[in-house]
Design a binder for this molecule. Structure first.
Ligand code: 13P
Length: 254
């Protein structure tokens, strides 16, 4: 039984003051039935985590806190970095790891991503491991090679028990922030491929891993994506910044 999961990745948007308003507005648009059906996560920038946590706890909101990145060491001389135990102390539950923007703009390697996955698991949080191909790889028919190798590298040395708790987000890079979405059939097919790859590596826990689709998810395309057997939810960028729009995505079946 995999519970649906919809994650808002706010990227480098929202001050801590904006974040307080955004999470409050979002919570007002969701009810118990929504939370029963979908785990809702917001991932604000680091500077807004503490204030968002405070609102969630004070108002007992059923929204979970996510972070967008972390370092693999617990502490040390890593100027500008934030560790997994620091996030855990802020009641962060989910950490996005290996987002394509981190890989492409900040040069994160598969090895870095694997170290981060381990650090997040060691701090007792859930990694959201992001994978996906570029437009060139898509055109060359290399999508499965790329995604398969990113999954194998990301999960290297992770036990089946730990793997079973994880989330993997398939985000084709050509669909991120472009308004182009993979068709529901293509996205569903890739989600199946992600699950089969995990099953090859780790056995039956492949059925427990939650697989998300990301890339220009909107209220108008979420229902078609969620209808696919292997898609358990979405990683939403731009459309998560507006609480009304994000709430419509969470309430896709209404
Ligand atoms: P958009 O929804 O803005 O395309 O971003 C997707 C994404 O990168 C989520 O992590």
């Amino acid at each position: 039984m995999r519970k649906n999961l919809i994650v808002g990745n706010w990227k480098m948007h929202a001050t801590h003051l904006d974040a307080i308003q955004m999470v409050q507005k979002l919570s007002l648009r969701l009810d118990f039935a929504d939370h029963d059906r979908v785990d809702v996560v917001v991932a604000p920038p680091f500077t807004a985590l503490r204030s968002t946590q405070t609102v969630i706890e004070a108002d007992r909101l059923m929204i979970y806190l996510g972070a967008q990145n972390c370092h693999w060491e617990e502490s040390g001389a890593y100027t500008g970095e934030v560790s997994a135990p620091m996030l855990k102390k802020l009641s962060v539950r989910y950490v996005i790891v290996g987002h394509s923007e981190r890989r492409q703009i900040f040069g994160e390697s598969d090895g870095d991503v694997n170290r981060k996955v381990r650090a997040v698991l060691a701090a007792d949080m859930t990694p959201i491991l992001c994978v996906g191909e570029t437009a060139e790889e898509y055109d060359a028919g290399a999508t499965k090679d790329k995604v398969g190798s990113q999954i194998r590298a990301g999960l290297k040395g992770i036990s089946p028990d730990d793997t079973s708790t994880m989330v993997i987000a398939y985000e084709p890079i050509w669909a991120i922030g472009t308004g182009k979405t993979a068709s529901a059939d293509d996205a569903g097919g890739m989600a199946t491929f992600v699950r089969e790859t995990v099953t090859d590596l780790s056995g039956s826990v492949g059925e427990d891993v939650r697989v998300l689709y990301g890339g220009s998810v909107k209220p108008g395309n979420i229902a078609g994506l969620m209808a696919k057997r292997d898609i358990d939810g979405a990683l939403v960028g731009g459309a998560s910044l507006d609480p009304d729009t994000f709430a419509s995505i969470v309430r896709y079946w209404v």
